[in-house]
Design a protein around this ligand. Structure first.
Ligand code: OAD
Length: 255
């Protein structure tokens, strides 16, 4: 057995022990959770035709004002990719865990893979790409059209342009989702943070939110982050590998 195997096994046992003793759990996911389902990160998706654009052209209110059809085209393609992907076994393990423990999922991802795997009550911090909403009024989200050929649709209530129901650069996170997420992070006794570079709020502040109330922190990531440095247990590896291992560890079930 290599030394790394030993330390990995010890870390996994420590994480399983934290999970066993936890009563109220938050699973917080970022783009790394979706990566193994085949969904590229925003920047990785800027290939081919899209490589000539800057994220600011495609994911800001200003970019939408300049060229709405370009922005709608970008999101139509992202939506088609997301719909073609399937949740991996890490998602199934989260659903299984939710049957065993009080659990809330908070995600930065916009692809709805958690919901498609059967997870209910997912807090979406960055909205989602499967719906559109009015850019001007508070018209509730409506399903985006099933087409890769984008066209501008307008709000039935106020006539404003419909746009992807995501949070763009420079925009605030949705008040209710953010407030609920912060509350859950402060109230949980264990947060498992999976596949986020932890650079944007509230991910960046997550360890202090969890730890200020005595909560424990497990980080799953294929590389070190600011979170892994302060985690109670850092599991260096893929989401689809470690989440099932954790759930196996407390349930006896085999994924
Ligand atoms: P990021 O793309 O910033 O970070 C993804 C994280 O997932 C990285 O830390 C990877 O090491 C990790 N990762 C990759 N594959 C993994 C796997 N199989 N298992 C576990 N971890 C894995 O995504 P987020 O932190 O979610 O916006 O950040 C969301 C967005 O906020 C980013 O896309 C970025 C930022 O503003 C844009 O670039 C448009």
């Amino acid at each position: 057995m290599k030394p790394t195997d030993v330390s990995e096994a010890v870390a996994l046992q420590q994480a399983i022990s934290l999970l066993k003793h936890a009563h109220r759990i938050v699973i917080f996911t970022g783009a790394g959770m979706s990566a193994e389902s085949g969904i590229p990160t925003f920047r990785d998706a800027l290939t081919g035709y899209w490589s000539k654009f800057d994220p600011m052209d495609l994911a800001t209110p200003e970019g939408f004002a300049v060229d709405p059809e370009r922005v709608l085209g970008w999101y139509a393609e992202r939506r088609a990719v997301a719909k073609a992907c399937e949740p991996h076994q890490g998602y199934e393990a989260v659903v299984a865990l939710a049957k065993l423990k009080q659990l809330t999922v908070i995600t930065q991802n916009v692809d709805r893979l958690h919901q498609r795997s059967g997870q209910i009550n997912v807090i979406e911090l960055h909205g989602n790409i499967l719906e559109e909403r009015c850019n001007n009024c508070s018209l509730i989200d409506v399903e985006a059209p099933e087409t890769e050929m984008p066209y501008q649709r307008f709000c039935q209530a106020c006539g404003g342009p419909l746009r992807p129901a995501v949070v763009w650069f420079g925009e605030n996170l949705p008040d209710e989702a953010l407030a609920t997420a912060v509350h859950e992070l402060q109230a949980c006794d264990l947060a498992i943070v999976i596949g986020t570079s932890a650079e944007v709020y509230p991910a960046a502040r997550l360890p202090s939110l969890v730890k200020s109330h005595g909560g424990k922190l497990i980080v799953i990531n294929v590389e070190s982050t600011s979170h892994s440095d302060v985690a109670d247990v850092f599991l260096l590896g893929a989401a689809s590998y470690y989440i099932p291992k954790l759930v196996d560890g407390i349930s006896g079930r085999k994924f």
